[in-house]
Design a protein around this ligand. Sequence first.
Ligand code: NAD
Ligand code: 4PL
Length: 246
Amino acid sequence: MNRFTGRVAIVTGAAQGIGAAAAKRLSDEGGTVAFVDVNGEGAKAKATAAGGSAFAVQCDIGDPESVAALHETVLKRCGKIDVLINGAGIVPFVPWSELTFEEWRRVMRVNLDGLYLMCRASSDAMRKGGYGRIVNIASDSIFAGTPNMAHYVASKGGVLTFSRALATELGADRITVNCVCPGLTDTEGVQETGHKDSFEIVNMLQAIKGRGTPSDIVPAIAFLASEEAHWITGQALNANAGMVRV
Ligand code: NAD
Ligand code: 4PL
């Protein structure tokens, strides 16, 4: 498939995990993809490996100036923004007894403030260009109430409901906004936390057995980011082997 030929895409969180896999797929399918991450070196390595017209931009999505600079760079280089995949996120592992306000804010700053800043800037460019697809990455933990991440679950509930509202706001411009809700997925981020020990229990609840990897999530993201998904907006799609069903 070559669903992104002629399209310009920004993918955040592209240095590793689900974001990196999504960026690679859009690039493989012909898109000009900006691999964006606060880890600039990691993003550069993935963009180089993707080849084609992929390029990397270092950006902290929680910083308004950094997000403005990113959009200036992409618009100067590519002239438009067609697709935004918001893959960057913090995946914490902190029990409620240890959850401080500082830690709460650290997660909200990226998972919600960063999402706002990216959607704000990219959707302005999409409206000018007359085309747009926004795919946000929530999590099926918002339906399961997954332990050791109450602040994260709160932030991802916000990702889902913000996506519904933004779909309304951008509907007049025929820009779609949807969410993918992955289940537990084996990524570098998860391997650094206690979530790495949850695969067995999650597997027990899955309809289809196995360990979720980024390549299991990417097809849902790429579909919602494609032109043919034009009649789908404000929706959430679980990609979780049926672990929770809503
Ligand atoms: P990961 O930790 O492996 O990768 C996340 C990437 O985001 C990293 O490269 C990191 O540098 C980047 N990032 C963090 N803060 C940033 C910032 N301020 N600005 C720019 N980039 C920043 O994570 P992952 O497991 O691949 O998760 C990707 C997305 O999928 C996240 O939104 C996460 O919440 C969501 N998700 C993950 C799982 C899972 O089990 N892995 C499940 C459901 C949802
Ligand atoms: C079910 O989004 O959805 C662990 C870690 N378990 O980040 C998640 C489940 C995790 C999840 C998530």
